[in-house]
Design a protein around this ligand. Structure first.
Ligand SMILES: O=C(O)CCC(=O)C(=O)O
Length: 296
């Protein structure tokens, strides 16, 4: 086991039931579910994300500089790097993204028919700096296809961050503003000063590897600095109800083409799965990925 997988985090909150997690997300915008990734699977997930980060960063290019936290302009600094389409590569090892408690929360908040809109690894290197406050798609105003603000008080997307290494105060446990999910807007709407400022009541989520942070995509959150000597690794998975238009993120679709035109080529699409990758997924996950399978 690598140094990044040592036990360093504080104790997670006591386990609780699905209804309590749902209630916490409704009230505070987030919760932590401990012990979601089986301990024996953590090294597999960890090593795959690191390998993919390297391969994808090399393929992206050029100078081998890690330049951002992804396709949006929500983080400013260069030591946070993403690796797309991790679940497709995990195959049979990916069952935990539909773990009973997590899936209970997802369905409790979004209904019975749910899809994954994207998944990606996040590698936060030592020296990463604090990022901007933002909300995730479709509330992020920098992405072409978004819900314009002021938006109504309705949850349409659930974000998960699976802790593949411990999340600590030193290595950059995620910053959140509890309760901000009920606000009608967020600082991605051309408000850079607000996006960079400390917020009253902000807190940092820490926890033991294997835990999942589940949050309403409207919750204001930000990358925290990594002041430790270790790399922090996470897997982000975004859950959407079946009625949310994912065509805007589907490579090659009419809607995705429009997004590219509107953002001068900076699309926001999520890679498709090959038929073989789809068939290697655990059965429970297939309905969540079926619309991402490459057509022959
Ligand atoms: O890595 C983190 O702690 C935050 C990730 C984040 O901001 C995002 O996925 O939108």
């Amino acid at each position: 086991m690598s140094a990044d997988l040592r036990d360093t985090a504080p104790t997670d909150p006591a386990p609780t039931d699905t209804a309590s997690y749902v209630a916490r997300i409704r009230e505070h915008g987030w919760c932590v579910v401990p012990g979601v990734i089986p301990e024996s699977e953590i090294p597999v997930v960890h090593d795959l994300i690191l390998a993919e980060e390297q391969a994808q960063a090399r393929a992206r290019g050029a100078s081998w500089t890690r330049t951002s936290n992804g396709s949006t302009d929500t983080t400013r600094y260069d030591r946070v790097s993403k690796a797309a389409a991790i679940v497709a590569r995990l195959g049979a090892h990916a069952s935990f993204i539909a773990e009973e408690r997590v899936f209970g929360v997802v369905q409790g908040l979004l209904g019975n028919y749910v899809r994954v809109s994207s998944d990606f690894g996040i590698v936060t290197f030592p020296g990463a700096e604090r990022g901007f406050w933002h909300c995730d798609w479709p509330y992020n105003q920098t992405i072409a296809a978004h819900v314009p603000q002021p938006y109504g008080d309705m949850m349409m997307h659930l974000s998960a961050l699976y802790m593949v290494t411990d999340f600590t105060e030193e290595n950059g446990g995620t910053l959140v503003v509890p309760g901000s999910h009920r606000r009608p807007g967020n600082p991605t709407g051309e408000n850079d000063e607000l996006a960079a400022a400390s917020q009253p009541g902000e807190l940092q989520i820490t926890g033991r590897r294997g835990s999942a942070i589940l949050f309403d995509a409207r919750l204001w959150h930000a990358v925290a600095p990594n002041d430790s000597g270790q790399t922090r690794v996470a897997l982000a998975v975004r859950y959407a109800p079946w009625w949310l238009n994912l065509e805007v993120r589907r490579p090659g679709s009419v809607d995705a083409r429009l997004v590219e035109e509107l953002t001068e080529g900076r699309g926001n699409s999520a890679p498709l799965l090959t038929r073989a990758q789809f068939e290697a997924l655990p059965e429970l996950l297939r309905p969540m990925y079926e619309n991402w399978v490459e057509q022959p």
